[in-house]
Design a protein around this ligand. Structure first.
Ligand SMILES: [Mg+2]
Length: 218
């Protein structure tokens, strides 16, 4: 039996994709959190970059990724007294990198399906992360900026309502097992787990988006 026998391809109307780790590499976000912020903090307090990075990482850890502030770049710029993040993020736009197959896959899929982004990143980041591929998507959903939550089953329900489709008519693909696979599955969205690391393949997983393309092409 095919490892994707659970999918009902014929029902799919909407292809929903995660952003970071799925369409776009973590390089841009890494540069903001672990280079730009510590750099500015080091300059402000006249300390070494490595020390600033260590201190900043400790502050991130104190908040932790279960709290929404952890994801909010404006919260951190404010907390560290660094002004607003806009010009810093603008100056790192060149760090945005798409995975090699992304543009071709989007171009193919957009002829046949409605494409949307369902991301846990804030709009502050999505504005830069999606800049070159925005035109492929009819809608972009940010769970944090639009719904004030990580990607929960409730977020996915709201998304389906906004799109006026039933969950079974959506396939969602992303690289986080909880947020992109378990949560949408719970409300009946069809899912594939994207595991770019290779190695032994888990059930219902794909290694890159060309596999999604092949499945949807039939
Ligand atoms: Mg991701």
């Amino acid at each position: 039996m095919s490892p994707h026998a659970h999918l009902e391809i014929g029902k799919i109307k909407v292809v929903s994709l995660d952003a970071e780790g799925t369409l776009v590499t973590p390089d841009f976000s890494y540069a903001i959190w672990f280079e730009a912020i510590p750099e500015r903090y080091a300059r402000k307090h006249n300390i070494e970059f490595e020390l600033a990075k260590k201190l900043i990482k400790e502050e991130y850890a104190k908040v932790g990724d279960h709290r929404l502030e952890w994801y909010d770049v404006r919260y951190w710029f404010d907390k560290f007294g660094l002004g607003t993040p806009d010009s810093v993020m603008e100056s790192h736009q060149h760090k945005v990198r798409y995975y090699p197959e992304v543009k071709e896959v989007l171009s193919f899929l957009s002829c046949r399906y409605q494409l949307v982004v369902a991301s846990g990143s804030t709009r502050d980041f999505l504005k830069f992360l999606l800049r070159d591929i925005n035109s492929y998507f009819s809608r972009v959903f940010s769970s944090l900026s639009d719904f004030n939550q990580v990607k929960t089953p409730t977020f996915y329900s709201e998304m389906c309502q906004a799109l006026r489709v039933r969950p079974q008519e959506v396939i969602h693909v992303g690289d986080n097992r909880q947020f992109d696979f378990i949560a949408p599955s719970e409300i009946g969205i069809q899912t594939l787990y994207l595991d770019r690391k290779g190695g032994p393949r888990a059930d219902r997983s794909i290694a890159d988006l060309t596999e999604l393309n092949a499945l949807l092409a039939g």
